[in-house]
Design a protein around this ligand. Structure first.
Ligand code: PRX
Length: 663
C-alpha cells in the first residue's frame, strides 16, 4: 500500500471497505437498514428506545417506571426508581442462564502462564471477596481504591465492590505515589486493595511500596485497611493493624453473598481522568445506565456471540478496562482474555501469539500498540503477524486515539487478513462506552474515520456559539441529548461538571466532548481531529498539560514551565516541555543531565507515562506584553517548524531562537 500524503489525512481518505457479507448475515445489526431502523426508533421516541433496551439488556431487581429525569439537568437521572446489582448481572445471571461452566476469564500472565476461571468459579471468588470486604466493615457507599495489576483478582475486586455497593476507584498501576495519594484523598477512600508487585516485561515493579509511600505522605486519614494480593511474593514492608493479605481476608469466607440492591443511579465507580485545567477529576458513573451501555455495546459494536473469545488489551486502570474487561464482557456472558503483560515481551509478536494460543475472535487494542508493532515487524520479520495463526479472528477494534489510515490498513490486511471488519471506536472516560463507531455488520468503513454515532447517540458538530455546522466544515464535537452511560458528575465538584461539560457559551445543554471533528460531506462520517483543549493524548493516555506544568514547577530548580504536544509517529502525541530554571540556562551536558532529572521528577510526581519526551531550556518563555505564554508558538517550535505566524504581540522575540534548540 502506498503511503501518500493524502492518505495521512483522514479528511481526504476515500477508500471504503464494506462489511463482508458473511459477517453481516449473522450480525446483531445486520446492514445499514437495520442500523437506520434503530436510529429512527431513537429519534421517534427517545425515552421509549432506551427503556426498551434497558428492559431487554439489564436484569432489574425492581423494574424502573421512570426512564429519564431531566428536571435537574445536566444532572440527568436514568431509570432512577429501578434497582439492580451490577455484579448480579455479570455473574449470577450467567449461572442462571446456562453459562456456569463456561470460561469467563482466561488470564495470560506476563510470563505466559495461564489461569482460567469459569463463571461459577468467578462468582464464588467474588462472593468470598465481597464477604471479606464486608468483614472489614466496608459497606454500601464507601469508596475503595484499587491499585492492582491486570489479574483475575483485579477484576474480582471491582466486581466485589459492585456486589456490596461500594464505589471503586481504580488507579492505574503506572501512577506515582503522589497521584495515588491525591486520588485517595479526593475520593475519601476507606481501603486500598493492591498487590505486592506487578510483573511487566519480565520485571517485578512495586505496588504495595507505592501505596505505603502514598499513605506516608499524609492526609489519607480515611484509609483503614490496605488489602494486599500476593502476586509475586516479593518483599514488602508491613504495617500491623492496617495491612492485610487478601487471602487472609477472603479464604474461608462463604462463597455466596446476597447482592446489595442499589438504585440505578448509585455510583458504581469513580475514575480519575485529566482535564485541561487543575488536578485530575473524578468522573462518577452510575450503575444502571452504565451497565446497560457496557452490555449493549458488546452486542452492537463487538457483535458478541456465545462462542467468541474476546480480548481487550486495556488495563483495568482505564475506562476501556472498566467497560470492556471488568463489566461489559461479563454482562453478556462472554469468554475473555485478561492480559497482564506488554505487547513487546518476550517479543513483539506476543499479541499475535496470544491470539493464536487462545483462539481469540475479537481483538480490541490501541493505535499506539499497532504502530509500535508495525515498526517492530519491519525490523524483525519473525514477529510479523503472518507468522502466527490468526484464523480465529473475526473482528478487530481500535480505541483511545485517532488511528492513522496507514496503521488502519496494516491492521486490516495483516492482522484481519482483509476478512475482519475494524471498529474504530470513539469514546471517552466520561461517556462510559462507545459513542461513534462502525457497526461491524453494517457500516461501510473508512480508514481513519470512526464513521457514525451508535443508535441513540445524538452526536453533532457545532460552531463556537453552539450552532450546527454543515457537513464538510470542522467544528466542536457535542452530544445533544443525555444518554444512559454518561458521566453523572465530577466527584465532589458538581460545578466543574456543569461548567466544563455543558458550557454556557454553547447554550448549556450540549455535552462538550473536548474534541474537534468534521463530518464527510457525502457520507456524514465523523473524523475526530483531536482535542480542542489543553489535553494531550500520548499512547492513548490522556494527560493535562497543566498537570505536567504543575509537576515541573513543583521542582525547586524550576521557575516556569510550559508544556505542549508534538506529533509523534508511534505515540500519537509526545510531551514537549519548555522550562525556565531559577538558575542560568543550562547548555551541553548540564542541560542533558538536568533534563533527565526533571523527567524523573515528573515520573515521581505523576507517573512514568507523564515524563516529557523532550525538554528545552530558555531564559524565558515567549510571552505577550501582558505576560501570557504564547503556546501556539511553542507548538510550532516543538515541531521544529518555521514560525510563520504573526509575532508582533510577542514581547521577547529573541527567545524563539533559544527555544528552537533541542538538547
Ligand atoms: O480525544 C479523544 C481520544 O481520547 C479521548 C478520551 O480519552 P479517555 O477518556 O482516556 O478515553 C480513552 C478510551 C475511550 C477523546 O476525547 N479518542 C478516544 N478514542 C478515539 C479518540 N480519538 C480518535 N478516535 C478514537 N477512536
Amino acid at each position: 500500500m502506498a503511503g501518500t500524503e493524502t492518505q495521512q489525512d483522514g479528511l481526504q481518505e476515500n477508500r471504503v471497505f464494506n462489511p463482508p457479507a458473511d459477517f453481516t448475515a449473522h450480525a446483531a445489526i445486520a446492514g445499514m437498514d437495520a442500523y437506520n431502523t434503530l436510529c429512527a426508533e431513537a429519534a421517534a421516541d427517545y425515552e421509549g428506545f432506551w427503556a426498551r433496551l434497558a428492559r431487554e439488556t439489564v436484569s432489574w431487581h425492581k423494574p424502573f417506571t421512570k426512564t429519564l429525569n431531566e428536571s435537574e439537568a445536566p444532572f440527568y437521572k436514568w431509570f432512577e426508581d429501578g434497582e439492580l446489582n451490577v455484579s448480579y448481572n455479570c455473574l449470577d445471571r450467567n449461572l442462571e442462564n446456562g453459562n456456569a461452566d463456561k470460561t469467563a476469564l482466561i488470564f495470560e500472565a506476563d510470563d505466559g502462564k495461564v489461569t482460567t476461571a469459569t463463571y461459577r468459579q468467578l462468582h464464588a471468588r467474588v462472593c468470598q471477596f465481597a464477604n471479606g470486604l464486608k468483614s472489614r466493615g466496608i459497606k454500601k457507599g464507601d469508596r475503595v481504591v484499587i491499585y492492582m495489576p491486570m489479574s483475575i483478582e483485579g477484576v474480582a475486586a471491582m466486581q466485589a465492590c459492585a456486589r456490596i455497593g461500594a464505589t471503586h476507584s481504580v488507579v492505574f498501576g503506572g501512577f506515582s505515589a503522589k497521584s495515588l495519594q491525591d486520588r485517595i484523598i479526593d475520593a475519601g477512600a476507606v481501603a486500598v486493595i493492591t498487590a505486592d508487585e506487578q510483573m511487566r516485561g519480565g520485571k517485578p515493579l512495586p505496588l504495595k511500596a507505592i501505596v505505603d509511600e502514598a499513605l506516608g505522605m499524609g492526609g489519607c486519614d480515611t484509609i483503614r485497611d490496605v488489602i494486599v494480593y500476593k502476586r509475586t511474593g516479593g518483599n514488602v514492608a508491613w504495617t500491623e493493624g492496617r495491612d492485610l493479605w487478601l487471602h487472609d481476608v477472603i479464604d474461608g469466607q462463604a462463597d455466596q453473598c446476597e447482592p446489595e440492591w442499589v438504585g440505578a443511579e448509585h455510583p458504581l465507580f469513580i475514575l480519575y481522568t485529566s482535564g485541561s485545567t487543575g488536578t485530575p477529576k473524578g468522573v462518577q458513573h452510575s450503575s444502571g445506565g452504565y451497565l446497560l451501555w457496557a452490555a449493549q455495546t458488546m452486542k452492537w459494536t463487538f457483535d458478541i456471540k456465545p462462542n467468541d473469545v474476546f480480548w481487550c488489551t486495556a488495563d483495568i486502570g482505564w475506562i476501556t478496562g472498566h467497560t470492556y474487561v471488568a463489566y461489559g464482557p461479563l454482562a453478556v456472558g462472554a469468554t475473555q482474555v485478561v492480559f497482564e503483560g506488554i505487547p513487546t515481551f518476550p517479543h513483539a509478536g506476543r499479541f499475535w501469539e496470544t491470539i493464536a494460543k487462545h483462539k481469540v475472535s475479537i481483538f480490541y487494542t490501541a493505535p499506539t500498540a499497532i504502530r509500535s508493532l508495525i515498526k517492530a515487524s519491519d525490523t524483525d520479520a519473525k514477529v510479523h503477524p503472518k507468522n502466527f495463526d490468526l484464523s480465529s479472528l473475526r473482528l478487530l477494534g481500535s480505541v483511545g486515539e485517532p488511528i492513522n489510515p496507514e496503521a488502519w490498513m496494516w491492521y486490516y490486511k495483516n492482522v484481519g487478513q482483509e476478512r475482519c471488519p475494524i471498529v474504530d471506536t470513539f469514546w471517552q472516560t466520561e461517556t462510559g462506552g462507545h459513542m461513534i463507531s462502525p457497526m461491524p455488520g453494517a457500516t461501510p468503513m473508512v480508514p481513519g474515520s470512526c464513521t457514525l454515532p451508535l443508535p441513540g447517540i445524538m452526536a453533532a458538530i457545532v460552531d463556537e456559539a453552539g450552532q450546527d455546522v454543515p457537513n464538510g466544515q470542522g467544528g466542536i464535537l457535542v452530544v445533544k441529548r443525555p444518554w444512559p452511560s454518561m458521566i453523572r458528575t465530577i466527584w465532589g465538584n458538581p460545578e466543574r461538571f456543569k461548567s466544563g461539560y455543558f458550557p454556557p457559551e454553547l447554550g448549556g445543554t450540549l455535552y462538550l466532548a473536548g474534541d474537534g471533528a468534521v463530518r464527510n460531506k457525502d457520507t456524514g462520517n465523523f473524523t475526530i481531529t483531536g482535542r480542542i483543549d489543553d489535553v494531550l493524548n500520548v499512547s492513548g493516555h490522556r494527560m493535562g498539560t497543566m498537570e505536567i506544568e504543575s509537576a515541573l514547577v513543583a521542582n525547586p530548580l524550576v521557575a516556569e514551565a510550559a508544556v505542549v504536544g508534538k506529533p509523534d509517529e508511534t505515540t500519537g502525541e509526545a510531551i514537549c516541555a519548555f522550562v525556565v530554571l531559577k538558575r542560568a540556562r543550562p547548555t551541553g551536558d548540564e542541560a542533558k543531565q538536568l533534563a533527565q532529572e526533571l523527567r524523573n521528577w515528573v515520573g515521581k510526581e505523576i507517573g512514568p507515562i507523564a515524563k516529557p519526551k523532550e525538554i528545552r531550556f530558555g531564559d524565558n518563555l515567549p510571552k505577550t506584553r501582558s505576560g501570557k505564554i504564547m503556546r501556539r508558538l511553542l507548538r510550532v517550535l516543538a515541531k521544529d517548524e518555521q514560525i510563520t505566524q504573526d509575532i508582533s504581540t510577542l514581547e521577547n522575540p529573541a527567545i524563539l531562537e533559544q527555544l528552537k534548540q533541542a538538547i
